[in-house]
Write a protein that binds this ligand. Structure first.
Ligand code: NAD
Ligand code: UFG
Length: 329
């Protein structure tokens, strides 16, 4: 089976390429490298000892995408390509709406033209907005607080409508919770451009001495220790969730939470990181970050029941793997 992986050189995409190649899929990557490097794909090939066909293209460009579909018999698409910085999306909404929505439309049109019936979409827990935890796939989505989140909600809507009009078009909407960690080789991991926005890369950079202190965004949330609670998932568990989704994909539209089902606070994650690495993480508590919610974690029963997928890597492993990668770069 040949899978087109858009954004395959990025953080989640590159780990998913490893899982795909190890499961015996053939992989074509389409990435414009706006937030990644071609060396990452070389490392994926080094780890798996398998080949990737790479197209350096922008997937919002209909002609470039058409070329890939005309040159290969593609069986399925996993669409990771997109922008993901929440704060930047508030400052540059059009950039986010254009890239994240047009890329989805262009790819779905190519799927229709070339009769490709399997589509796996990178959605996000952010689409639930301020709902009651744990988030369930059947919940009515609440508005998100930023254009990034809305671009995911709108892309989901487009895919739902297309699949309802043509149920043979099988779609998995995968709502990721908080992916962290890195491949156990330490060769690939999360490489944010500039100062990190997310908690784990911030912690590893403080541990390395690149940043002096962690800033904890609020300790006055209605959570057990006052800091924000999230559902962290090892990026390799998340990668394997894509294989499960592709294998089990049936006609129509299917939504799945990919998370651990367990909430962890900022302070808990810091403590586990310190225990696993022996490195103290100095921090200051500052004001809440605008747009953050108190708690976000998944109800994971649907993915377990329908995809036979669940996480097998714990927080300690996520911390060790993230740190091994940070030390290597
Ligand atoms: P990433 O930035 O590391 O990877 C995205 C990749 O897409 C990059 O390699 C980038 O160069 C490429 N890209 C972006 N726009 C492109 C375009 N128009 N054409 C071709 N390539 C393009 O991000 P990631 O963390 O791997 O996230 C992958 C997907 O998962 C994104 O859609 C993101 O919104 C979604 N997601 C991520 C998280 C997270 O916390 N990392 C959480 C929920 C959802
Ligand atoms: N946090 C800090 N200090 C930091 C960074 C984060 O205290 O320097 C806190 C946040 O306030 C939050 C928690 O750590 O309570 C996790 O924050 P992240 O920025 O790592 O992750 P978010 O949950 O805010 O968002 C991430 C992705 C989104 C995605 C969402 C899905 O950035 O793209 O997970 O759940 F939509």
């Amino acid at each position: 089976m040949i899978v087109l992986v858009t954004g395959g050189a990025g953080f989640i995409g590159s780990h998913t390429c490893i899982a795909l190649l190890e499961a015996g899929f053939k992989v074509i990557v389409a990435d414009n490298l706006c937030n990644s490097r071609v060396e990452i794909l070389n490392k994926v090939m080094e780890i798996t000892k398998k080949n990737i066909i790479f197209y350096e293209i922008d997937v919002t460009n209909e002609h470039s995408v058409d070329r890939i579909f005309s040159e290969h018999h593609i069986d399925g698409v996993i669409h990771f390509a997109g922008y993901k910085a929440v704060g930047e999306s508030v400052k540059e909404p059009l950039k986010y709406y254009y890239n994240n929505i047009i890329s989805t439309i262009v790819l779905v049109r190519a799927c229709q033209k070339y009769k490709v019936q399997r589509f796996v979409f990178s959605s996000s827990a952010t689409v639930y907005g301020e709902n009651e935890v744990p988030f369930k796939e059947s919940m009515i989505l609440k508005p998100t607080t930023n254009p990034y989140g809305e671009s995911k909600t709108i892309s989901e809507r487009i895919l739902i409508d297309v699949s309802e009009a043509n149920p043979a078009f099988s779609v998995a909407l995968l709502r990721y919770f908080n992916p962290i960690g890195a491949h156990e080789s330490g060769l690939i991991g999360e490489e944010p451009n500039g100062a990190p926005n997310n908690l784990m890369p911030y912690i590893t950079q403080v541990a390395k001495g690149k940043i002096e202190k962690l800033r904890i965004f609020g300790a006055d949330y209605p959570t057990f220790d006052g800091t924000g609670v999230r559902d962290y998932i090892h990026v390799m568990d998340l990668a394997e969730g894509h294989i499960a989704a592709l294998i089990h994909l049936k006609e129509g539209i299917h939504k799945y939470n990919l998370g651990s089902g367990k909430g962890t606070s900022v302070l808990e994650l810091v403590t586990i990181f310190e225990e696993e690495t022996g490195i103290k993480i100095p921090f200051d508590v500052i004001d809440r970050r605008p747009g953050d919610i108190a708690e976000c974690y998944a109800d994971v029963r649907k993915a377990r029941e329908e995809l036979n997928w669940y996480v097998i890597r714990d927080l300690r492993m996520m911390c060790r793997d993230a740190w091994r990668f940070e030390k290597n770069i």
